[in-house]
Design a protein around this ligand. Structure first.
Ligand SMILES: [Zn+2]
Length: 438
């Protein structure tokens, strides 16, 4: 069985093969819309550098990180302990920034910048533009995204801090964290070999931190045990605790930035293609095509793998287009913006296990209907089959692949997308309450 285990693991390869960020496109605009009518409105904070935050809160952070490690060891199944020499209290030989980043086990080569991500269709000048190539650790085509540079001491509104930060984990925070990645820190971090996917693909190395396969059937874990080694929940625990700590310490800028970082992983989990290995296929089928592949019959495996990966991309590109179009014509796009803002003032409560148990379960379930709706919205099969090249095309037109708004096929898809976006909005507000509570 050992070989079978090893080989079936590759069922997960597709999800890490994407050369682009994955999950929702433009978390900032989703967060900004979902949180715009909350207590964040009109709240301003002064930007503080990360090194000042660390230096001025050293004793408190030592205690916080010790408690965090304790909590994770007791509550997260198969938690890989933080190597002692990287703990916040032991690691005194590096810069304050690297010290906290290594205690969190994020990419210590990711350069912390101070900036704001623009919301689509902004008219006023946002100041000096910061090119994405200067910001991201690994650059990709991020069409329509604009960033404005800031520095420590500047005032920024809290909603923008949080919304901007909620996109940031995709810029490289989780790249190269495994021992078989080509990085100096992956060897130190204790996460072992990359859980799934090709460890040589730089961007793919972040996938086990942004995808949470928490609700697969036992047969899938039996065939591919490493699918359990996923860490979005760890990230939400780390960043919610840090956010609360920062807020209590009067470090409001970092409280909102950490809140945004944590929100990213929660929103990722609400994307069906990040909560399930193969949305639209049964567990038995998943294992079956894996076994056939091992026996040398590669056709069914390759076919399903490509289809899932292409639908994942189609959903992301459609969502981005629909969101940007909604901002372009707010009257027409109101249904999209209203879904994110929520229908009632009632706020759901968030608990830490919601990521894997509640949010993850609902998202996995939604995988079937979204997979079917995506199948029906495809207008041009040949264009769909080469969709992975479309991402990098400047000025791409997703409606060359899919039926456009106004058609019957689009309506079915839209109603499911609205449910997903409603969920993103409701969870984003629940997350804000959770991080702001004592
Ligand atoms: Zn992500």
């Amino acid at each position: 069985m050992k070989n079978i285990h090893k080989n079936v693991i590759f069922l997960g390869l597709f999800c890490a093969c994407l050369a682009m960020p994955g999950a929702w496109e433009d978390h900032s605009t989703l967060s900004f819309t979902a949180l715009s009518a909350t207590e964040l409105e009109n709240r301003h904070v002064a930007i503080r550098s990360l090194s000042d935050f660390v230096n001025d809160n050293e004793a408190g952070l030592e205690k916080l990180f010790a408690e965090l490690e304790d909590w994770c060891a007791k509550n997260i199944k198969d938690y890989p302990p933080l190597p002692k020499e990287l703990s916040f209290s032991e690691n005194s030989s590096v810069s304050p920034e690297q010290r906290i980043m290594m205690a969190l086990r994020v990419n210590p080569d990711y350069k912390i910048r101070y900036y704001r991500k623009a919301i689509p269709e902004e008219t006023a000048s946002g100041g000096v533009e910061l090119p994405f190539a200067e910001l991201a650790h690994t650059v990709y085509n991020y069409e329509g995204a604009h960033f404005y540079s800031h520095e420590a001491g500047d005032s920024m509104d809290a909603l923008s801090v949080l919304a901007t930060a909620s996109d940031e984990p995709d810029y490289g925070l989780d790249i190269g964290l495994f021992k078989d990645n080509d990085s100096w820190y992956g060897k130190l971090y204790g996460f072992g070999e990359q859980s799934f996917g090709d460890p040589r693909l730089v961007y793919g190395s972040q996938a086990p931190f942004h995808m949470g396969f928490y609700n697969e059937a036992g047969i899938v874990y039996a065939a591919a045990p490493s699918m359990k080694r996923v860490y979005p929940e760890l990230r939400t625990v780390q960043f919610s605790r840090l956010a609360r700590f920062a807020m209590a310490a009067g470090e409001d800028y970092w409280a909102y930035r950490f809140m945004g970082w944590g929100l990213h992983y929660l929103q990722d989990q609400l994307m069906p293609y990040h909560a399930s290995i193969m949305p639209g296929s049964s567990a038995a089928y998943l294992v079956w095509v894996g076994l056939l592949d091992i026996m040398g019959v590669h056709g069914p495996y390759n076919k399903v793998l490509k289809e899932v990966s292409d639908k994942h991309m189609l959903l992301e590109l459609l969502q981005l287009q629909i969101l940007y179009d909604a901002y372009k014509d707010k009257a027409k796009g109101n249904v999209i913006l209203a879904a994110l803002q929520g229908k009632s003032d009632k706020r759901e409560a968030y608990e830490i296990s919601h990521l894997s148990k509640k949010a993850g379960k609902a998202s996995k379930k939604a995988g079937n209907s979204i997979s079917k709706a995506l199948g029906k919205i495809i207008k041009n099969k040949a264009a769909f089959e080469s969709i992975n090249t479309l991402y990098e095309v400047k000025g791409r037109d997703i409606y060359s692949v899919a039926y456009e708004p106004g058609t019957k096929q689009y309506q079915v898809f839209e109603s499911i997308l609205l449910d997903l976006l409603e969920n993103v909005g409701a969870y984003s507000r629940a997350w804000l309450d959770y991080c702001l509570s004592d």
